[in-house]
Ligand binder design. Structure first.
Ligand SMILES: Cc1cc2nc3c(=O)[nH]c(=O)nc-3n(C[C@H](O)[C@H](O)[C@H](O)COP(=O)(O)OP(=O)(O)OC[C@H]3O[C@@H](n4cnc5c(N)ncnc54)[C@H](O)[C@@H]3O)c2cc1C
Length: 331
């Protein structure tokens, strides 16, 4: 690992000042992704700005019934929070499907949003990877691409976003609160991560001088009836081949509210807007779920080793929606 300088930020202002003034600096949250990447010489910052002393570790109820999750709230704390478990069970379930207890105790909300892909070729410094070394090519295109994208990929990159938590946040209409040298702004979670296009080295729309301070969830009654399902090669400690986060409200047999997002299928958490359009106003049953899944996956494209994911995504969506409908819609 390359040598680096370390500084502990005391407040949000000093963190932003450091990231703006220091050359090649990175924020440090729990360190569970960044430190691994530094050990592998994939990330080589000259300075680390440690965020862990900032007062951003609270989960708070907002006056409109929504919730604010500080950027330093750990994954464990968030998953166990009683209001999150009651009002947004899909979020709690998604977090608990990720990593391990020890990692979730360290991993922060901000770091989870910013974690980098698990594409094998990104981690292999001898491989061609446009995300790690722009302009070199993409060995995943013709390589072992079992875990790779089926939606929104480009000829430059077919990597997927690895987060489980972010899939639930995409379904829940979350917004990311950020502060930078030019002030504060809110970015809808669905616009926070990017599709690769021809610049896959840029994962998100966060500017280099911006700090994530919180993630906000709106009051969303249908989210009380929500679920996360993750399909993976091992029962634990593995990233998603396909995951589905969904919330459903059913009244008199008709779907009145639907939120649906997919993980493990794209460079960003994939909000299934096309499927939602089919679901809302339709009868809560197999024909509707089939039509919704088919509509969302119309644009899916498989590669040599991952074409199975298209059918897997269809079946997982059908299964989660059927479970939610059988449970009776929003409680
Ligand atoms: C073995 C292993 C298995 C895993 N399995 C899963 C899994 O199945 N599902 C899953 O979802 N995740 C999984 N993870 C990933 C884990 O969830 C992430 O490593 C973790 O969420 C990152 O959080 P962190 O606080 O440690 O981030 P760090 O490692 O500290 O930082 C990651 C990135 O975020 C940036 N950053 C951190 N905080 C902020 C902020 N407030 N504002 C702006 N930038 C910031 C850092 O600069 C860095 O670039 C796994 C990790 C490991 C090591």
């Amino acid at each position: 690992m390359k040598n680096f300088a370390y500084a502990r930020a005391e407040n949000v202002g000093s963190a932003i000042q450091s990231i703006t003034q220091l050359q090649n600096a990175k924020f440090l949250g729990g360190g569970t992704n960044l430190v691994d990447l530094m050990r592998e010489n994939i990330e080589q910052p000259d300075h680390l700005v440690d965020l862990t002393a900032l007062p951003l570790a609270q989960v708070e109820e907002l006056s409109d019934g929504g919730m604010s999750i500080g950027a330093l709230v750990t994954n464990s704390h968030l998953a166990a929070h009683p209001l999150i478990r009651a009002r947004y069970p899909v979020l709690s379930e998604a977090i608990l499907h990720g990593a391990s207890g020890q990692i979730r105790n360290m991993a922060t909300t901000g770091g989870n949003l910013m974690q980098r892909t698990r594409c094998y070729y990104f981690y292999d410094t001898h491989a061609r990877c446009n995300k790690r070394a722009p302009g070199t090519g993409c060995d995943a295109l013709e390589g072992f691409n079992r875990m790779h994208a089926i939606l929104g990929a480009s000829e430059a990159c077919i990597a997927t976003h690895p987060s489980d938590m972010c899939v639930a946040l995409a379904a829940l209409d979350a917004t990311v609160q950020v502060t930078g040298a030019n002030g504060k702004r809110a970015i809808p979670l669905v616009d926070f991560h990017r599709l690769p296009e021809d610049t896959p080295q840029t994962d998100t729309n966060l500017q280099p001088d911006e700090l994530i301070t919180a993630v906000e969830l709106p009051a969303l009654p249908c989210a009380r009836h929500s679920r996360y399902r993750k399909v993976r090669d091992r029962a634990s400690y593995a990233f998603a081949l396909v995951s589905v986060a969904a919330a459903l409200e059913v009244k008199d047999g008709t779907i009145t509210q639907a939120r649906l997002a997919l993980g493990g299928v794209a460079h960003k958490p994939w909000r299934a807007f096309a499927a939602e359009k089919i679901l809302v106003g339709a009868p809560a049953g197999e024909d509707t779920f089939k039509a919704a899944a088919a509509e969302e996956l119309k644009v899916a494209r498989g590669y040599q080793h991952n074409a199975f994911k298209i059918e897997l995504a269809r079946r997982t969506m059908m299964s989660v929606l059927t479970t939610l409908a059988h449970e009776g819609g929003a409680r």
